[in-house]
Design a protein around this ligand. Structure first.
Ligand code: FAD
Length: 463
């Protein structure tokens, strides 16, 4: 039997892109349906940001206290897993609550386009057709599988790696991007012997080497072995573990571990099953959907946001685009501006970046001044026993306008927002240097880095 519903805005997917879009659409007074084939909250809430950060926080507590137990149970990792589950459920409940209070209707099932104004939603034992004025695609992404190392048995994707029942005695991580580094360090802190194989010359590619150095130092203190410029080629699995073969400098090597975790990127969910060809929407060769400054696709009433569009595959980028798309549908002139998307690695120490790096400015031949200050003599960092790291602020050397910033150190994930705001507001290093920061706080290091850049500018004008 096929039931029918009608709506103004149909949102496909309830991840950070989809739920934010549905909430904004409903707030703007449009009748809104959000359809989800899996758990509410998408990857981020269920198998991404939230569970990984819950386990990472538990791993830090365990590493710091070694005897860390929540309730006196004998297995700290099982307790960490239970804690993670509770956090995920709470967050998923929060997403549902947000959607319901905004007035959006949640429909469970898998959507497939019939035409530019209709989808068919497959539900257990029934189908529901929904006609809509506008649709927002927020179908997200899934882990990329290597042909030579298909997921299953001893080869894990990030999803399985977040739900292991025990800490593996040993773990090979293939891919040293942020997910590989975060999960690798988490398991190392719980006691795994971790080896990271990275294809490029450095883990965390995209971050400058001076920023990554303190993270690498910590990783090796955690007992992690990093092998760069290594390509995994094949593996044999048995009941106890996996033997992985890789090539480095044309020489073949083998390593053995209980599990291998493959974190080599994510593929957009824009397959045939969504029926995009029926509406004349064709993804790029990488499966991405092209959009304009309002997140509109080539089909005027269809928008696309989040991991299925270009740019960094991050939750806050998805929810930012969500607001733009919903407001565009609501007739508002909102457009995207990507100059200040923060990137964060929840490693120890944390790493974050916003705007342009010094290297990117040099490549573009922009006249820049770089201000630096370290956490080494910051009173709060001393009290927290977390003095490692520094702040780097990149500004235009003639105007002082802040172009970018990078932080490695305690609370880099939280501190970076101030620099994002500075970039958004067109602030100069003098503005930041003259902003009174409370003492003693980690934020003072940003003020001092700005002061360092301002002083360099002043000196160069005097000379
Ligand atoms: P998703 O969250 O992928 O949601 C898409 C939803 O659409 C899914 O629930 C899916 O079931 C649904 N769907 C797909 N097709 C259909 C269909 N046909 N019908 C109905 N429903 C459909 N990002 C950060 O910013 N910070 C982090 O710390 C961070 N950590 C991460 C850690 C890990 C281990 C992983 C894997 C990812 C992490 N990310 C992080 C990335 C982040 O999770 C994604 O960028 C984000 O979830 C993308 O949001 P989205 O809305 O585009 O899609």
């Amino acid at each position: 039997m096929t039931d029918h519903m009608q709506t103004d805005t149909l949102v496909i997917g309830s991840g950070p892109g989809g739920y934010a879009a549905a909430v904004r659409s409903a707030q703007l007074g449009m009748k809104t349906i959000v359809v989800e084939r899996g758990p509410i909250g998408g990857v981020c809430t269920n198998v991404g940001c939230i569970p990984s950060k819950a386990l990472i926080a538990e791993a830090h507590r365990y590493d710091t206290h070694k005897t860390w137990r929540r309730s006196g149970s004998v297995d700290a990792f099982l307790e960490a897993q239970a804690f993670k589950e509770a956090i995920v459920n709470k967050q998923a409940g929060g997403v549902k609550y947000l959607l319901q209070t905004a007035g959006a209707t949640i429909v469970e099932g898998e959507a497939r386009f019939i035409d530019q104004h209709t989808v068919m939603i497959k539900r257990p034992g029934t189908e529901l057709s929904v006609s809509f004025k506008d649709a927002i695609l927020a179908t997200g992404s899934r882990p990329i599988e290597l042909q030579a190392l298909p997921f299953g048995n001893r080869i894990l994707s990030s999803t399985e790696a977040l739900s292991l029942a025990n800490v593996p005695a040993s773990l090979i991580v293939i891919g040293g991007g942020y997910i590989g580094v975060e999960l690798g360090q988490m398991y190392a802190k719980f006691g795994s012997k971790v080896t990271i194989l990275e294809g490029g010359p450095q883990v965390l590619p995209g971050f400058e080497a001076d920023l990554v150095a303190p993270v690498i130092k910590h990783m090796s203190a955690d007992g992690i072995t990093i092998v760069t410029e290594a390509t995994a080629v094949s593996a044999q699995q048995d009941t106890d573990g996996i033997t992985l073969h890789y090539v480095k400098n044309d020489i073949s090597h083998s390593i053995r571990a209980e599990y291998a975790l493959v974190t080599v990127g994510r593929r957009p969910n824009t397959d045939d099953s969504l029926g995009l060809a029926r509406i004349g929407l064709y993804p790029t060769s990488r499966g991405l959907i092209n959009t304009d400054k309002q997140c509109r696709t080539d089909i005027p009433n269809i928008f696309a946001i989040g991991d299925i569009t270009g740019g960094p595959a991050l939750a806050h980028k998805a929810s930012y685009e969500a607001k733009v798309a919903a407001e565009a549908i609501g007739g508002l002139p909102t457009v995207v501006d990507y100059k200040a998307i923060p990137l964060v690695v929840f490693s120890e120490p944390e790493l974050s970046s916003v705007g342009m790096s010094e290297t990117a400015c040099k490549e573009k031949k922009m006249p820049t001044v770089v201000g630096r200050s370290s956490f080494g003599i910051n009173g709060r960092a001393l009290a927290l026993q977390s003095v490692e790291g520094f702040v780097k602020i990149v500004a235009h050397s003639e105007t002082g306008i802040i172009l970018g910033a990078q932080i490695v150190g305690a609370e880099a994930s939280t501190l970076i927002s101030e620099l994002g705001l500075a970039i958004e507001m067109g602030a100069t290093v003098e503005d930041l240097a003259l902003t009174i920061h409370p003492h003693p706080t980690l934020g003072e290091v940003m003020m001092e880095a700005a002061q360092n850049a301002a002083t360099k500018m002043m000196k160069s004008k005097i000379q």
